[in-house]
Design a protein around this ligand. Sequence first.
Ligand code: 5AD
Length: 442
Amino acid sequence: MAEKKVALTTLGCKVNQYESAALEELFRRRGYRVVDFDSPADVYIINTCTVTRMGDRKSRQLIRRASRTNPNAVVAVTGCYAQTAPDEVLEIEGVDLVVGAGHRAGIVDLVEGVSKGHQVKAVGEINRCRQFEELPGEAHQGRVRAFLKIQEGCENYCTYCIIPYARGPLRSRAPENVLAGVRSLVESGFKEVVLTGIHTGAYGREKQDGFNLVRLLESLASVPGLARLRLSSLEPNDITNDLLDLMAAGPPFCRHLHIPLQSGDDYILKKMKRHYDTDFFRSLLANIRNKIPEVGITTDIMVGFPGEADEHFRHACAFVKEMQFSALHVFKYSPRRGTPAAGFPDQVDPRVKEKRSRELIAIGHALSRIFAARYLDKTVSVLVEQPVVTMSKEQSVEVFEGMTDNYMRVFFPAQYNWRGKLADVKINALSGTGLEGRIIYS
Ligand code: 5AD
């Protein structure tokens, strides 16, 4: 019998990327070959996102593309859009199977049970999920930096956000499994592990045994061969002095924090139910910078939340500049069905959202350049990811790309293949929002 082929595509966050790698591994273990999403396959998996309406729309486009590429293939849809709107997904032409959050581990059996023309919905009630769903896939992400999911679910219920309904209650991965996961990634050659979750800072909270994120990080710090350990998003309220003191100790901890601000205006923060104000955030950042010099602090910020008048947006811009983030992820508020804010009056005109978004993105670029400029004429340590352009074929000079621990992108030319290595690079110019320089051989 011919080898079966599976093709996956992933939208959205780092957790989704991790989960897709895990799903690929499940298929590999059952003898499937993983192929490109654009090529003919027997099975297509679309791992969707629903954080904004754009996520839904892109998810639908990819689903339709899969069934066009091979109308006889099994098309299976999973991820947050599938979990929150399974019936809407089933109505899309070509969909055979919808797999909810608690059913991912059994996806291969579900796919193999499909007979064309009979749709299957394997979606449970997410509120009932109390167990962290173990998935494999630590070993096969094929890059220098790997994501590792340590936590699932969120119970914050910010008024704009649909994710608690897609991901369910807090569930933490058992510490020994996290440790085994990190070890296995390091053994397969990864130098950097990024710990991800839906509410990562709440790691361990529901177990109430005191084994929190800081304890987990302490237990991971000494894994031999782990050059870098990075944390994905952390809520402002979860950043404790214990955590900062641990991070201040240096490698493997990266001097980088992604702390979603969402708005820089106190009235809007309150309506979002964010449970902090700008004063709190300001002192938090001062404390972080005091403990971890050179830390890169990045953020998510939303424009056009209901009731955001020009005045609030001005406050937000001023506050963002004052906080000197090294990068911004700007989101246009998107009303999500079932969330309180979708029903708030004073929804903002899409054109205003667009204009504010552009303005804030420009501020973000300027801030990134200010942060990067501090490193002109300095030497930084870069974890090299991949060559991006070939400068000279004859002399085989390529431009490599990598990241510093504080999350700046660095480009440098080299002949030797630096992929997966730490390189010392002397910075001589800004490049977009990143840096470029020459390698220093010691
Ligand atoms: N509309 C726009 N952006 C949103 N986010 C969450 N919900 C929404 C929404 N309804 C953004 C937040 C979050 C990021 C992952 O997605 O900024 O930090």
